[in-house]
Write a protein that binds this ligand. Structure first.
Ligand code: IMP
Length: 430
């Protein structure tokens, strides 16, 4: 078996894009299976920056095929823009490098309008969504009203579906959220140009394509978006996204059986960040939090929002390891911790009078959890040029081995900077 799932083990933004980009060099396929343009991968290759929201980062390797599977919600205009941008930068020269499932869900501007109107209307109960229309698009899918990617290429079906969808959406927009309705003609006009760009990439039977690749022992990498604690069912609900972000979602989103998954790599930042609302026990509202935010350039790639920062959280990570079946970890942004006098690891929580190492199951309980910290001396050295584990300062090695002891799984990759080359490889992915 040759299929590996790469997922975020915290609240997203762990650095999945960089890991997937690097491992794509060894992969035959990279598959996106959930989420939408709420994700954002910033990739630095030879000092050049590429930001991708929908297209798997494997696209930067010309020999790697990329597939956007049925579980993804696709912002049509955004996807066409990404394709255009890649082509301008001399990537995606061969259209057969990218395939998009005809069964994926289409996300249009009215989904974004609804998402943003809801957030604005919510006043004190905001989720802090990215405003990219993810919730409304998945709602359409669940209520069986979605426009599918394949529908884009049948003008009469598309027109009929948009008209039908807008009857309900416009009622909500106009009468509940007091916003301007949108006409079917405008919605269609907005995507006409994009449809032309996308028609070369639509594929049928995407689950069979992946099945055949796995059967031929080709190396398939499933690229998760967001993080485990944002999972619709198992995250800090309601402060979550609208898709399943855990590893089993790779099977659902693509239509392959679970026995095909060989390994789950959990991408984990050396500290914790969160964007949007919701409980965050190890959050630091102090100078150390500011240090992490500034040093780690912790701004969302999709919304530009400042990310909340805090110490690494072992109970939360152990929960993520359990619900995903994570077999090893890629520890990201270790270099950001350089210069801190002391580094803290949350090993347990104080809950009222008692102590627990378990992650509480409700956001109310998580909000009450008081972290119990293990304090470790930090290191001063710049580690951004270290290419081997043994080149790291002793105190950094101590931090890594302490994490491994607590998490009880190995750290296979250590990232010490944003560039492809700034990575220490301990074990290979495939
Ligand atoms: P939505 O996915 O836009 O509906 O947002 C729901 C929650 O998930 C909000 O707290 C967002 O900040 C968060 N979120 C969504 N996508 C990402 C991501 O790629 N990284 C980090 N947080 C995200």
């Amino acid at each position: 078996m040759s299929a590996v799932v790469v997922i975020g083990s915290q609240w997203g933004d762990e650095g999945k894009g960089k890991v997937v980009d690097v491992f794509s060099a060894q992969a035959d396929w990279v598959v996106r299976y959930q989420g939408g343009a709420n994700a954002g991968h910033t990739l630095i290759v030879d000092g050049k920056k590429t930001v991708l929201h929908l297209i798997p980062s494997g696209i930067l390797h010309s020999h790697t095929k990329c597939l956007i599977a049925s579980g993804v919600v696709i912002d049509i205009v955004q996807l066409a823009k990404e394709i255009d941008g890649l082509k301008k930068n001399n990537f995606l020269k061969d259209p057969s490098q990218l395939m998009i499932s005809d069964k994926a869900t289409v996300l249009l501007s009215y989904h974004k309008q609804l998402d943003q109107a809801r957030e604005a209307f919510s006043k004190n109960e905001k989720i802090g969504t990215t405003g990219k229309g993810i919730g409304p698009a998945y709602e359409d899918r669940a209520s069986r009203k979605a426009i599918l990617f394949g529908d884009l290429f049948n003008t009469s079906v598309l027109k009929e579906k948009i008209e039908k969808s807008l009857k309900e959406k416009n009622f909500l927009l106009e009468h509940f959220y007091k916003q301007k309705p949108i006409s079917a003609e405008t919605a269609l006009q907005e995507i006409t140009e994009s449809i032309n760009i996308l028609k070369n990439y639509c594929c049928t039977n995407s689950s069979h394509i992946i099945y055949k690749a796995i059967a031929k022992k080709e190396k398939v990498l499933f690229e998760g978006a967001q993080g485990s604690l944002l999972d619709l069912l198992h995250g800090t609900y309601p402060f979550v996204t609208s898709s399943s972000t855990i590893s089993s979602s790779a099977c659902i989103g693509t239509g392959i059986g679970p026995q095909n998954i060989k390994k789950v790599l959990g991408i984990t930042k050396a500290y914790t960040t969160r964007v949007g609302a919701g409980p965050f026990p190890t959050e630091l509202n102090d100078t150390v939090g500011d240090f992490l935010q500034k040093n780690g350039h912790e701004f969302g790639a999709t919304t530009g929002r400042t990310r909340r920062c805090g110490w690494i959280d072992i109970p939360a990570l152990k929960y993520a390891i359990r619900i995903n079946g994570i077999s090893s970890i890629a520890l990201m942004k270790l270099d950001v911790l350089s210069g801190l006098e002391t580094i803290k690891i949350c090993t347990a929580y104080k809950m009222g009078e008692s102590t627990t190492t378990d992650y509480p199951s409700s956001p109310g309980e998580i909000a009450k959890a008081k972290p119990i910290y293990l304090e470790m001396p930090g290191w001063k050295e710049d580690i951004t040029t270290c290419l081997q584990k043994k080149e790291l300062p002793k105190k950094a090695l101590n931090y890594i081995s302490t994490l491994e002891q607590h998490l009880k799984i190995p750290i296979d990759v250590i990232s010490v900077g944003p560039d492809r080359g700034q990575s220490i490889w301990i074990n290979s992915l495939f």
